[in-house]
Every structure is written in C-alpha cells, then in structure tokens.
Design a protein. Structure first.
Length: 203
C-alpha cells in the first residue's frame, strides 16, 4: 500500500550482504592461508602504486594537488544525495488522518479523526486474542484517500477465512463509529512467531 521501494531495498541488501560475505571470506583466507597473504601484499602494493601514479599524472600545473580529488568529492556528494533520496522513500505513504468532514455548526470548521484512533481501537480489540501471535494496524494514503492495513499473524491451526470475517466485523463497527466507509486491506501472514511461539493456555 505504500511506495517503499521494496525491490530496490532487496537488491541493496543482497549487494551489501554479498560484499560483507566476500570481505569475511577474504579475511579468513588472509589469516589461514599463507599463499593468499603473499598474493594480497603483492596485489595491494601494485594497486597502491597505480593509484599514486594516477594522482601524480593528474596534478594541476605547478601545484602538488590532483584534480582527481575533485571528482572523488563530487562522486561522494552524488552518493550522499542518492542515500538521502533512498531514506526519504522508506515508509512513504503513511497517513495521519482517517476522516475529515466539514461541520457547519455554531462554529464552522473541519472535524478530523486521526488515524491513530482506528489503529489503537483495532489493536486493542485484537490484542488479547489467543488465536493471534501478533497484529498491526497502519493508516495509509491511497490515491488521496485514507485506508487501513491490518496485518495479522495467526497461530497454527487457525482458519484464515474465519479470522478475516471476524476482523471485517470489527472494521464494520469502526466504520459505524466513525460514520464513514474505510477501505481496509487485511493481510494474513505467517512467520517465525507463529511457528515457534507457544499458545497461551486458558483455564
């Protein structure tokens, strides 16, 4: 429901994971295999010599500084800008207002119901259910209109369609209290909590 770049996030996490994995494997080989250590010292010396040669060849006339540092600084600024843009996209689409109506009463004005009202009401109704391992409720802005996403983690053996029907009844009661129809996405998932967490016993 939100505009978080999920695919990009997964690609970046996979690339970072592969980079860290490769670094860890290299460090282990450097510590355990003498031949790899010899190769690394030779390769790093050649690479450092090449870098120094590149900076020496790109010096400003009559000055010891290289103009490659300007390119490095510009590249770092581009990377920082991309990181800021990426962070700004995380969780985008959340909404704070669930309903807005104009009240032409004695003091005309807008009546606003925050998204936290619906979130807390549904969370409270679902908090102590023994058939749920977890439940989250979030308000999103979908095409300019507020909507709710209810994410449920049922325990093993719980019928998803019955759970969805019961949540729909709660949402209908919420709509009657608010006085407005609210689009709702009910997401029923599974995870480690549903597989390993033991259900509470009721006496």
């Amino acid at each position: 429901m939100n505009s978080t770049p999920t695919l990009l996030n997964r690609i970046l996490v996979a690339a970072l994971g592969l980079l860290l994995l490769g670094t860890g494997v290299l460090l282990m080989l450097l510590a355990a295999v003498p031949a790899v250590g010899s190769w690394w010292r030779s390769w790093s010396a050649d690479a450092w010599s090449g870098i120094n040669a590149a900076f020496n060849a790109t010096r400003f006339p009559g000055r010891p500084e290289s103009w490659l540092w300007i390119l490095v600084a510009l590249a770092l600024l581009v990377v920082i800008g991309l990181m800021v843009a990426w962070v700004a996209q995380q969780g985008k689409g959340r909404a704070d207002v669930l309903a807005v109506e104009y009240d032409p009463g004695e003091v005309p004005g807008d009546v606003r119901i925050g998204g936290g009202v619906a979130e807390q009401a549904l969370k409270h109704a679902l908090a102590h259910r023994p058939d749920l391992a977890g439940a989250t409720v979030t308000t999103y802005d979908v095409k300019g209109a507020p909507a709710l996403k209810v994410r449920l983690l049922p325990r093993q053996g719980v019928a998803p369609h019955l759970l969805a029907d019961e949540v729909s009844v709660l949402v209908s009661a919420l709509e009657q209290a608010v006085g407005k129809d609210i689009p709702v996405l009910i997401h029923i998932g599974a995870g480690a909590r549903t597989r390993f967490r033991r259900a509470e016993r009721v006496r």
